[in-house]
Unconditional design. Structure first.
Lengths: 274, 331
């Protein structure tokens, strides 16, 4: 096994006095595609934000803060806090769950956000080069929106807008992708396209993907590994079929599930309520 | 948006501003011909026309340009900082602080210099107060959008200052009421020096233009901005301070002229797009041209009576903005 891309040691996340994730030891190696699953409010977004470096990770637990993280997060063998924001942006990309467009912008302009780490500063400020435009157009093509480049994003549907955000993250061209519910608004066809795209990304050189998702069956199909949070501090990490099994998922989501098989296809289905 | 397109836009707006400047020098109670202005530019003496242009019209026109530019740039920055199209330079209570201080010195019949000084001090106090109250939301750079909290803090401050200003207006002696009303709507009458606002305009652009590409990213949200390598907290503090100081200098020079800071950024966005690298210099030129034009109208249309320039900016700005907005809706 090659050196880990992302590693946490005793990472503990707290929301006020509630422990979201307790003493998480996670090792993510290149080539792995991780699904982050768990019930609402279990800390998936908080964990992704922490792994992306959005909040400070203290050595020792801090008391009283609304959201606090303690422990260690290592990215590429270096502590997250030691990364400069500009170089970090070339190694990992984050797709947040929510987007709020206060002002209109074209889809191309939104995707060019992902090229921000690569802008070269000239005498008249930092402007996109032709290469940046080409990279953004290629990213739009990867999500099937190349003909939408000039469209105002405020006129797009929720699913189309989400694909634009995904294109922005792809345009950032980083080995590590952190995505918060990247397919929640997509139709089934585009969900599969997007997850296939992410799984392919994880197979690249020194690359890995972590995405949160509520569709356990899609996760079992496209992820290689899974991290399951139960919202009470407990967590389980490992190969996807071991973690996202009927027993563990029933426990984490508080609802009985069973696994059904039909040939090579498997599906977790909720047990009928009597 | 490319640099070439931005340069074309800037050149066009600079041309408009220059044309308005020349018109401002020519028109008024003493007409000055284009030939006389040419003579003046060559350094020759032109008698009365020379005095009128150098002493009265040029400083006033340049001060109008600088204040309009400052307000439009501050408005653009506030709309970006708060991610809110309704934001303007005054939304966080800066003009309220300046207004209360200025009205208080007008009520005490202090000389013009002290009115200006206390207006600036009032603006600084308001900036410091908002900054202290929303310190946490500036420093936070996680995935939560803190602009709402900042906006509410500022709006509450503005409401408080507004009440204080009304109180002073009620208690003030009748003789000072007209001056107070002009101050509140904005007025360039008696402004004879343009140096300070022009320097402030240049300084503001020098502070914000080098980070304009980061402002584009900040518009997409704090989490996205952080994800692509922008230190959100320091950037927010920088543009808040730049916008606040720009506003403070503008209201100190010419009172709280409304509407330039709200409408000019929107007109430019609707017409040219929302790229801050293009927009900030364009707002300086466009806002300057609009206010210079409004002041020209204010002092000539029913001369010798002077109208408050803030009324004219709204009368020009409202129809132009509504026209652009309806045209965009049809597209």
């Amino acid at each position: 096994m090659s050196a880990p891309l992302l590693q946490t040691h005793a990472l503990t996340l707290r929301a006020a006095e509630r422990v979201l994730v307790d003493q998480l030891d996670l090792v993510i190696a290149p080539g792995e595609c991780w699904c982050l699953a768990g019930p609402n409010g279990a800390g998936k977004t908080t964990l992704l934000g922490t792994l992306a470096g959005l909040r400070q990770v203290d050595e020792t637990p801090a008391r009283g803060a609304p959201l606090s993280a303690s422990g260690r997060v290592m990215l590429g063998g270096k502590a997250l806090a030691q990364w400069r924001p500009a170089s970090l942006a070339k190694v990992r990309a984050l797709m947040p769950q929510q987007t709020r467009d206060a002002f209109g912008a074209t889809a191309l302009e939104v995707v060019l956000t992902g090229r921000h780490p690569y802008l070269a500063r000239g005498r008249w400020g930092a402007w996109e080069s032709d290469d940046d435009i080409a990279a953004a157009m290629a990213a739009l093509a990867q999500v099937g929106l190349e003909r939408f480049a000039a469209r105002d994003v405020t006129t797009l549907s929720g699913g189309e807008r989400q694909r634009v955000s995904l294109a922005a993250v792809l345009a950032q061209a980083t080995p590590l992708l952190l995505l918060d519910e990247p397919v929640s608004h997509l139709d089934l066809h585009h969900q599969i396209d997007a997850l296939e795209r992410l799984a392919r990304h994880a197979e690249g050189i020194d690359a890995a993907v972590i995405f949160s998702c509520h569709d356990l069956n899609l996760a079992r199909r496209f992820a290689t590994h899974a991290l399951l949070l139960d919202g009470r501090g407990g967590w389980r990490a490992g190969p996807v079929n071991d973690v996202l099994c009927a027993e563990h998922c029933s426990h984490a989501f508080g609802y009985p599930l069973r696994l059904i098989r039909d040939g090579d296809d498997e599906a977790l289905v909720p047990v009928r309520r009597l | 948006m490319t640099l070439r397109r931005a340069l074309a836009i800037w050149t066009g707006l600079a041309g408009v501003a220059l044309a308005v400047l020349v018109a401002s020098l020519m028109l008024g109670s003493v007409p000055v011909s284009l030939r006389e202005i040419g003579t003046l530019l060559l350094g020759h003496d032109a008698g009365l026309a020379g005095d009128v242009v150098w002493r009265l019209r040029l400083p006033r026109a340049l001060a109008a340009f600088a204040c309009g530019g400052l307000l439009a740039v501050a408005g653009t920055l506030m709309q970006t900082l708060l991610r809110n199209p309704l934001a303007d330079p005054y939304v966080l209570g800066i003009s309220g602080g300046a207004g209360v201080a200025a009205l208080a010195s007008l009520a005490l019949m202090l000389p013009f210099f002290w009115v200006q000084t206390s207006a600036f001090a009032g603006a600084l106090a308001a900036i410091a107060l908002v900054m202290a109250l929303s310190r946490r939301s500036f420093l936070r750079h996680d995935d939560h959008d803190s602009s709402t909290q900042l906006l509410l803090t500022g709006v509450m401050m503005a409401a408080g200052f507004g009440a204080l200003a009304t109180l002073i207006l009620t208690l003030a002696p009748d003789a000072s009421l007209r001056g107070m009303l002009f101050w509140l709507t904005g007025d360039l009458n008696g402004v004879d020096r343009a140096g300070l606002p022009l320097i402030a305009l240049a300084a503001t652009l020098l502070i914000v233009c080098p980070v304009a590409h980061r402002l584009n990213v900040l518009l997409r949200g704090a989490a996205v901005a952080h994800g692509v390598g922008v230190a959100v907290g320091p950037l927010r503090a920088r543009i808040y301070l730049a916008a606040s100081l720009a506003t403070a200098v503008a209201v100190t020079t010419a009172g709280s002229i409304g509407f330039v800071g709200l409408v000019v950024p929107h007109i430019l966005r609707l017409r040219f797009g929302n790229d801050q690298r293009m927009l900030l210099p364009a707002a300086a030129l466009g806002g300057g041209a609009l206010l210079m034009f409004a002041d020209l109208v204010a002092r000539t249309v029913i001369a010798p009576t002077q109208l408050p320039v803030g009324v004219i900016t709204a009368m020009i700005g409202v129809p132009v903005f509504l026209w652009l907005l309806s045209r965009r809706a049809i597209q």
